[in-house]
Design a protein around this ligand. Structure first.
Ligand code: ATP
Ligand code: MG
Length: 216
């Protein structure tokens, strides 16, 4: 049995067409069934639904053999025991710095001020600002980052942006892009050895689907 870890929402939705192209149909709809383990058209492959940030943990410790996780999540996570063979090019967005529209970010950077940055992505943000030589106080949050500059908790946030409409609705502006983000396939290194043939075949099928540009 091969266990594939996915998170509900964007990653699940965007993974379905890739799975289909690889000849795999998920037999249950997670929205209506509430099940966390989903059977597929292949008797030897099942899908487990976990929180996006838990996907690397499941795959690392063998709760799943393979998984799909955003680069944002992977960069915050220790990669021991994780093999990362493929960029699936799904759930694409960017990680950016955003501030209130009345905050002069360029001036703060130029003057070498300490900037208070709220984010879920403390590891990536610390690295990014250190490389730029910008002094920051990082504030770890687990959600609703947009609120931080509006309440005075922080001067800036580091968050994922796709259309920018959430920022705009909260009077925030994207002031700097940190990196492009997409979801990656991750594989448990031990599983890759023990279940080499079926896992190799799956990776290759995904690879072909990505190369063909299969997307939602
Ligand atoms: P939860 O919503 O359960 O707290 P989460 O915010 O990590 O968890 P999602 O919002 O479903 O979960 O995001 C899952 C992944 O999808 C992220 O890790 C990221 O890689 C990608 N993602 C997040 N936001 C966007 C976006 N705006 N556009 C495209 N992809 C995104
Ligand atoms: Mg979310």
């Amino acid at each position: 049995m091969i266990t594939l870890a996915l998170s509900k929402g964007r990653i699940y939705d965007d993974s379905l067409p890739l799975l289909r192209a690889a000849g795999v149909e998920v037999l249950e709809d997670p929205e209506s069934s509430r099940k966390l383990i989903l059977a597929t058209s292949r008797a030897d492959l099942r899908v487990v639904l976990v929180r996006a940030t838990d996907v690397p943990t499941y795959v690392q410790h063998g709760g799943a053999d393979i998984g799909v996780a955003g680069l944002d999540v992977l960069l915050e996570h220790d990669s021991t025991g994780l093999y990362r063979p493929l960029d699936l090019r799904i759930a694409r967005c960017r990680m950016s710095v955003a501030t209130r529209d009345d905050f002069d970010y360029a001036a703060a950077v130029r003057q070498g001020s300490r900037i208070r940055v709220a984010t879920k992505y403390t590891h990536t943000a610390r690295q990014f600002f250190a490389d730029k030589g910008v002094h920051v106080d990082l504030i770890k949050l687990y959600g609703s980052m947009e609120l931080a500059p509006l309440t005075g908790l922080a001067d800036a946030i580091v968050d994922l942006v796709s259309t920018g409409s959430t920022l705009k609705a909260n009077h925030l502006v994207e002031v700097e892009k940190i990196m492009d983000i997409s979801s990656r396939l991750v594989v448990n290194q031990a599983a890759l050895k023990l279940k080499r043939e079926p896992i190799r075949a799956l990776i290759e099928a995904f690879e072909a689907a990505v190369a063909e540009g299969v997307r939602r």
